[in-house]
Design a protein around this ligand. Structure first.
Ligand code: GTP
Length: 300
């Protein structure tokens, strides 16, 4: 009397990616997101407001929580990232500890001390393409002294795609049997928002002077989908009134160019016509403003 809907064995779980600056976390995430059916969701976990990057590997839904590199901003956000990363360590099914091959083993020992959660971890040694095989073996031997602590050690050369399959297979093995935790359809709409915001951000980068884009961000307020046309309402947030002026440009020329650039990209992706309603809003100190960050979903 098998219920056919539940016979397919799926797995799902939360994985946090921990590593010192420059370890290769963003590179790894981008590369995993690039080649798998992957989705990024800002609001998927409404109570924690963490970013989730979801990577599907066969019948496993791997949810990377709090993924660095998804937020590229500095200032206050960095502190949040750190706090959240520490929280994430105790609050997931698996930890991936990422260290460049040249990193001292002492950093791993520090991580072991810091990680007093009972969550299991695997080690990824990145940048193995930068050392000789001899050095790689020596380093693996050093880590092996701690083999009681970790579940697996995976050497990777991330840009060369060495080790990716091994990593995904290992993570899949370690996650619990579970139905998918995020509905792929919801995620797709989140992904679409992220991609559209990315196009508009690109439009800003392409069309205005260098210093503005770093102090601006784009928020997709609403997407009204109709059969042949999408209506998208979006806001470009800047720090200063003068930047707003530059973005809008003389007689609205700037904002028109940004709009045209991003609309064409959106239309290419959606295969439909797009109407883009772009506002520019000044929020002084937005990148340092905790309550504003909260409003747009960056903090818990
Ligand atoms: N050769 C080589 N370079 C790598 C590898 N992984 C990452 N890199 C490079 O290392 C640098 C740092 O990588 P990131 O992904 O920015 O590191 P991160 O851990 O996200 O750093 P933070 O954002 O500072 O926390 C980049 O220049 C990457 O291209 C690797 O396996 N091999």
């Amino acid at each position: 009397m098998a219920n056919h809907a539940s016979t397919k064995e799926t797995k799902a779980g939360f994985v946090s990616l921990i590593g010192r600056p420059n370890a290769g976390k963003s590179t790894l995430m981008n590369s995993l997101l690039g080649e798998n059916i992957a989705m990024v969701s800002q609001k998927a976990n409404a109570t924690r407001k963490r970013s989730n990057a979801i990577v599907m590997h066969n019948d496993t839904q791997i949810i990377f929580v709090d993924t660095p590199g998804l937020h590229e901003r500095e200032k206050v956000l960095n502190q949040f990232m750190l706090d959240e990363a520490l929280k994430a360590m105790g609050d997931c099914d698996l930890i991936v500890y990422l260290a460049p091959i040249t990193d001292s083993i002492e950093n791993y020992e520090k991580f072991l001390k810091l990680n007093n959660s009972k969550v299991k971890h695997i080690i990824v040694l990145s940048k193995i393409d930068q050392v000789s095989q001899d050095k790689l073996f020596k380093k693996i031997l050093q880590y092996n002294q701690f083999s009681d602590n970790f579940e697996a050690l995976i050497p990777m050369a991330i840009p060369k795609k060495i080790g990716h399959k091994d990593l995904l297979e290992t993570i899949s093995k370690m996650l619990p049997a579970s139905p998918f935790l995020f509905d792929p359809e919801d995620l797709t709409s989140e992904l679409v928002r992220d991609i559209y915001a990315g196009f508009i951000r690109e439009g800003v980068f392409q069309n205005v002077s260098d210093e503005i884009p770093y102090e601006s961000d784009v928020l997709i307020e609403k997407i009204y989908e109709e059969k042949n046309v999408d209506r998208i309402i979006a806001t470009i947030i800047v720090e200063k009134e003068s930047q707003k002026g530059i973005i809008i440009g003389r007689g609205g020329e700037g904002i028109k160019r940004i709009g045209k650039y991003s609309r064409e990209k959106i239309e290419m992706l959606s295969g439909k016509k797009a109407y883009l309603d772009l506002q520019v809003v000044v929020k002084k100190g937005w990148s340092k403003d905790k309550s504003y960050l909260q409003e747009i979903g960056y903090t818990s």
